[in-house]
Ligand binder design. Sequence first.
Ligand code: G3I
Length: 374
Amino acid sequence: MKKIYLRIISAALAAAVLLTGCSSRDLQYAYDDDAPSIAETFKDYFRVGAAVNSWDIADPNSNQCKTILKQYNTLVMENESKPENLHPEEDRYYFDTFDKFVDFCNENDIVARGHTLIWHSQVPGWFFKDGNEDASAELLLQRIRDHVTTIVSRYKGKVSTWDVVNEVIGDDSQLRFSDWSRIVGDYDGDGDKYDFIEEAFRAAHEADPDARLIINDYSLESSSSKAIRMYNAVKQMLSEGVPIDGVGFQMHIGNGIDYEAMKENFKIISRLREIDPDFIIEVTELDVNCYGWGEEKKDVELTKDFLEQFSKTYTDVFKLMMELSDEGILDSVVMWGLHDGVSWLNDGHQNYPMLIDKDLKLKEAYYDVLELVE
Ligand code: G3I
């Protein structure tokens, strides 16, 4: 009789698991003392990090801060180190917040990334103006040099990696038409308009020769034409001696990414090793959007199938990252946000893009990813 009861109870539990999509795993909070650590688990492959904001690290006793210290060994600021925040006016820099972030990282043995020196977005308009007129190419190049030199030299030896330029290739896989490229143009007359990029990298390298300098962009994993364009641009600049150390794959991906295509696109950029044997790739802004890009959003249902797909997407990505690490070309993977509740992807609809949920609980997918490491 007892056996029959037990069977009924376990069948009921199994049915509940199937219906709710939950497993029997005991999900822990990311900050729990006995919770696993993703950074610790992958330490022989790559650093694992997150984009955070100043308030996340302000109180060492907060669960956010405890999560950060437990789970990550590299960090980047989500917004507060962008040009509009660090350098809103030509003669004024606001270093306070980023100073605190960098100190926090250095005190806790965390690798600090700087995001980003040059971008077409979140950049103050003064860069491009001279009175009421457009700045000249000379003036803009001088401003790029001053901006980059002032920031990078201040954090010399403390910020080890900079996203020097961000998103300079457009959706059409051409050099992005921006105020930077429009005004500086082909200043040196060599037939390309990479001159503003070159100036930024050269200034950054002169300011801190040991810093790792990254050219960062999105959709490189999914668009082969964009990956090829990035390859050609970097190849050209490397041949001119521009000190680019690596390409950053942002990796804002969808649930159910095409694994083979992703692998092929990483291969395209990996071929830059034929030119510079030390060339590297970083994953800089990983998250998994639970809605299709541009699709009309109805609140997503966390069905069993959906969650399995979500888990597969993350495990596929980490599997590939481990392979790239084995090849010696990748040593850093950064997630774009601390948990679901604060992701930039929550634009009116709740999104679930991270491995940690809005209550700072570890998800099934988190544990699945960790299981990749024996
Ligand atoms: O700070 C202002 C605040 O003063 C104002 O009241 C409020 C009203 O909307 O806006 C606040 O600014 C917001 C800012 O984030 C800081 O929270 C902006 O509206 C908002 O657009 C901005 O979004 C950021 C976005 O970059 C801007 O392009 C996201 O948080 C940030 O996650 C996102 O990060 C980018 C990476 O830098 C580059 N790659 C893509 C990635 C995702 O878009």
